[in-house]
Ligand binder design. Sequence first.
Ligand SMILES: Cc1cc2nc3c(=O)[nH]c(=O)nc-3n(C[C@H](O)[C@H](O)[C@H](O)COP(=O)(O)O)c2cc1C
Length: 428
Amino acid sequence: MPKLQGFEFWSRTLRGARHVVAPMVDQSELAWRLLSRRHGAQLCYTPMLHAQVFVRDANYRKENLYCEVCPEDRPLIVQFCANDPEVFVQAALLAQDYCDAIDLNLGCPQMIAKRGHYGAFLQDEWDLLQRMILLAHEKLSVPVTCKIRVFPEIDKTVRYAQMLEKAGCQLLTVHGRTKEQKGPLSGAASWEHIKAVRKAVAIPVFANGNIQCLQDVERCLRDTGVQGVMSAELGAARAVDSISEAPDSLVATSEWAAHCPCSSQQQHSPWPPGPCGCGCWPLKVSLGSARCPPLRPREGSKERAGARSKRALEEEECGTEVLSKNKQKKQLRNPHKTFDPSLKPKYAKCDQCGNPKGNRCVFSLCRGCCKKRASKETADCPGHGLLFKTKLEKSLAWKEAQPELQEPQPAAPGTPGGFSEVMGSALA
Ligand SMILES: Cc1cc2nc3c(=O)[nH]c(=O)nc-3n(C[C@H](O)[C@H](O)[C@H](O)COP(=O)(O)O)c2cc1C
């Protein structure tokens, strides 16, 4: 069957989905998607997967996709971050049989995306993006879609969207915030930008941003003219609300919780961490917690104390104090921990590569460089526990002590056991 494109793809493969659950790292896994579908989601995205790791690591593929699908979880779009056309397409080829489309993440504004050079940090690399989408459009059996952020200028955003469409993108999700609008600077999403893109392209568009309640969904559809509305937090808030409203949801939520790693539950959990420290839902549900607050405070309200999501922590990276996600997590566990570089022990550097050198290395190198050198020169470095010279000497001494291992003296031609005699008897 030929690959469906644009509106046909949206209306037939995606069944005209209007209510869409956003891709969310650590959150939109299978269990969450199933729960969301029970609450009216018509299309879901996987969390963003890393294309390069997906290609390289069979376990990553298994854990994040191959063992994370089921027939009820369709239509489904798998999202990748990538910055290389070949790698993106290789990853997509490995994923395409498990989903209905492949999405390229061009919207992630986080520090980690800046470091990895993906997401919204590819926003200005139109030539690269064109090549990625063109190749994917040509090679994949499923459509390729993109999730973008806007530029401050509406006309540039429109040209950006048109460029992606021309390259072969079959559906565009527009998050109406710029790359800089994140964390405390998040602000409102611009539906004006989304509306302008909607008017300017001939492929379906989903709007994303500023959706805080069901009425917002209808308003957004009406004001922007988009085909669907994608939300990260509305879905979460609806599922959370439903716990106290319908016993059926409670069962569904418990099912989800039973299948969901604690880390993911904690991300969705509106409660601060409990005595177990993980804030997981079964605990809270069984404790009969009361109604839940919305997940993200509305604009202008104060940040909820306590359960700060991993994402919120990462978003803070754009502040002045730039700590990695792991360091922030360590600091949460131990508020007294300091990451002041001046207090860090100073390590002397390897003469060759600049990594910390072994304190007792005879060559003043790190272990890797020391191993190469000691092996090449058949030398010892007791500091690194490398004994090439000693081992060679031992093995020579042992060989000398074994007469049967001595090299046989070549037999004189014609003498019994000589080459010609052995070959002659073997051929006979
Ligand atoms: C916890 C979390 C994880 C996210 N992970 C992703 C992701 O993997 N890929 C992506 O494109 N966007 C990701 N986003 C962004 C959302 O998809 C969405 O664009 C953003 O939250 C704005 O939608 P909202 O206003 O409904 O929250 C994430 C958002 C949150 C809150």
